[in-house]
Design a protein around this ligand. Sequence first.
Ligand SMILES: *Cc1c(COP(=O)(O)O)cnc(C)c1O
Length: 390
Amino acid sequence: MSTVGKTKDPRTVAAANGVAADRAFRAVAPPLYLTSTFAFEGFERNLGYEYTRTANPTRDLLAETIAKLEGGAGAVVTSSGMAAVDLVLSLLRPGDLVVAPHDCYGGTYRLLSARRDRKQFDLAFVDQGNEPALTTALRRKPKLVLIETPSNPLMRVVDIRAIAARARETGAKIAVDNTFLSPALQQPIALGADFVIHSTTKYLNGHSDVVGGAVIAAASSDVEALSAWANIAGTTGSPFDAHLTLRGLRTLFPRIERQQANAMAVAQFLARHPLVAAVHYPGLDSDPAHAIASVQQSGFGAMLSFELAGGTYAVRRFVEAVDVFTLAESLGGVESLVAHPATMTHAGMGPEARRAAGISDSLIRLSVGLEAEADLIADLERGLAAVRSP
Ligand SMILES: *Cc1c(COP(=O)(O)O)cnc(C)c1O
């Protein structure tokens, strides 16, 4: 199917994998196979496709392209990011231990807790940046260590290579949720991960018009096990969503490069502002994650969060005054979004777990988009002026 080989630059893969590979009419843009089923040519004879839940050429091309970008043996494209996380969890048996970050994505936190409550596996949430806590958890011989870096919403960064090496010694498989950076900025398999998880809803699609996910595996035996389960459980993504996601993926590199330049400008502006108590962006020299992010990532991404002096009242004034930044959950699209984790993305965690994870009521998260830098800064100025005004 593909026209772009293994050795090509990832930018070329993103822009051109599968282009002009159509054998029927040499369509340049890969066709959308919007069909649930495929005709057999004769008894026990088909062209490799039978039923779209199991496999579909449009979804396969997206999976192949994402797998190449992540340096994996293959990928399974799912109907959402949560379905992708759950697909990795399908490999576990009762009694197996999962070690997950205490400040992981809210939906992942809820899914892990719900499956633990149903006794589908054991679970330990740990601060993976806390050496003694991690050591204690690894001593319990987990079957799966889930890593999410940078973390949501505090942009904490952990050392994937170091944690993966230690987890492997205990016999665990390592899964990294790479949603916040995308393969354009971080490639966990090269750092020792067995699985990479994506909510393709975010940067990979990049246009806030699809909910989807993917799991990339380093080993082909794992790809087979995951695609078998996705077919059994029926969690594969739709061809139309795959088509849109591949279309979005074509511009992944230029989008993220431009967006992270905007994010750096925004972070620097906020860091200088008297009403901002703290900025969490690994791109700032002063950020505790700066050193490790500089080595592990090829960019700092376009997500950041900050603490507003003045609590919930100030947060309300701010989010209602901005208008280039839209108040909405999600991230990674071409448009800038602002979210209040305590009442939105992380509300389900409960106040105690939020406190333990360091997510305060005055924390604001930004997904920085492709708008003009000056408009973004002016909008933040407007928001902060509203906080100050009586
Ligand atoms: C959004 C997100 C998910 C869940 O993905 P959906 O597509 O919303 O199901 C998982 N992990 C991270 C880090 C996310 O940002």
